[in-house]
Design a protein around this ligand. Structure first.
Ligand SMILES: Cc1cc2nc3c(=O)[nH]c(=O)nc-3n(C[C@H](O)[C@H](O)[C@H](O)COP(=O)(O)O)c2cc1C
Length: 372
């Protein structure tokens, strides 16, 4: 199992390290406003795979980010994009023309897009939260899947990692990357035992010295306990795991009488902030009020209250407020449950080396169990 080029006992070779040409089977999951060039390059340079999150970038910003990342590391890195973005094909062409080794998708893209990227020599990866999604993506020719369990940060499915990963690994022949709740070498070995070829981590990489997030925000994550996150559908209508903050408690209806409805939002001040954010988002996104209202009416028909509609319209602004502007009071902080177990801010290189050393020790321990 050891790879000659990699030093240390913890080196492993898996279908993922082979597919991507990386030293360690450790991927940095895409995080909007967090995983830009600095973080992605730090992970790739340390022997893992860094992913630039591009859903929150314009096409021109993405082009600059690719150039910046390539200038920081000679090692493979990837770009994560939304398959449903109106300019997804253009983004894919940019990735191919800049010879980015990996394209990853939040949901599986159409077979034509996968084929175009693969023809250009780009490895394609799709995130899945259920077995049938993995089977579908594999049938469409995707090279690998990231199976993300319910303990993960951001938008999540309902199946926990410990059940999803073995199920997906048994269902598809392509490399499966386990995600949701990973933070150390023992988890990597557990994932390999479940049939995965590696792990992806979001929250753990957010909490490194290489992550661009403001220190005040990192401190809020570090202070979170095991009950410090909550899955809410009250932000944008789909399950989203975030740090439990006063604002989220209000949205969830835990912030006092009437909270969670429009009245509660007004009393908490969240609605005023939402409206302000919606105005800011309109400027950033270039989306007109008419388009925002149209989307809002659609969400209303989908059963959301107007307060939620406003929140949904500016989810990116709320995320940006925390991740870029350091506003822990009004920002929304996506987080995995694993935040409750993390208490330090190592560099990516220190973290990956520690994970591989710990994985090596865990494998030795298991060898001892076998001999006993
Ligand atoms: C702060 C943060 C932002 C995220 N942003 C995105 C995103 O923009 N696109 C995406 O597909 N997933 C996003 N995710 C989800 C991650 O890609 C990944 O699935 C998750 O972090 C894995 O769980 P973990 O945090 O327990 O490691 C985000 C997660 C976090 C913590």
């Amino acid at each position: 199992m050891s790879e000659p080029e990699a030093s240390g006992k913890g080196a492993v070779r898996t279908a993922l390290t082979e597919l991507l040409g990386i030293r360690y089977p450790v991927v940095q999951a895409a995080m909007g406003y967090v995983s830009g060039p600095r973080l992605a390059a730090a992970v790739s340079d340390a022997g893992g795979l860094g992913l630039i999150a591009s859903a929150t970038m314009s096409l021109a910003e993405l082009e600059k980010a690719i150039e910046d990342t390539a200038g920081r590391t000679p090692r493979p890195f990837g770009v994560n994009l939304r398959a449903d973005a109106s300019d997804a094909a253009e983004r894919a062409r940019l990735i191919a023309s800049r010879r980015v080794p990996v394209a990853s998708f939040a949901q599986a893209p159409k077979p034509e897009l996968i084929a175009a990227l693969k023809d250009a020599g780009v490895v394609t990866i799709a995130s899945v939260g259920a077995r049938r999604h993995a089977e579908k993506a594999a049938g469409w020719g995707i090279d690998a899947v990231i199976a993300t369990g319910a303990e993960g940060g951001g938008h999540v499915g309902a199946v926990p990692t410990s059940l999803l990963v073995p199920q997906v690994a048994a269902a598809v022949d392509i490399p499966v990357i386990a995600a949701g709740g990973f933070f150390d070498g023992r988890g990597l070995v557990a994932a390999l035992a479940w049939g995965a070829a590696g792990i992806a981590m979001g929250t753990r990489f957010l909490l490194t010295s290489d992550s661009p997030v403001a220190d005040a925000v990192k401190q809020v994550y570090l202070a979170a306990g095991m009950d410090g996150t909550v899955v809410t559908t009250r932000v944008d209508g789909v399950p989203h795991r975030v740090l439990r903050t006063t604002m989220v408690d209000h949205l969830e209806g835990r912030g006092g009488a009437g909270a969670g409805r429009l009245g509660g939002l007004v009393r908490s001040g969240a609605l005023v902030r939402s409206a302000r954010n919606a105005a800011a988002f309109r400027e950033v996104s270039g989306m007109g009020w008419r388009e925002m209202l149209r989307q809002g009416r659609e969400m209303r028909r989908g059963g959301l209250g107007w307060g939620q509609v406003l929140m949904a319209a500016n989810t990116p602004v709320l995320l940006r407020a925390a991740m870029v502007d350091g506003r822990t009071d009004l920002g929304l902080m996506s987080s995995g449950q694993v935040a409750g177990l993390i208490g330090d801010l190592p560099s990516c290189a220190e973290l990956i080396e520690a994970i591989m050393a710990e994985a090596g020790a865990a494998l030795d321990r298991l060898e001892g169990v076998r001999k006993a």
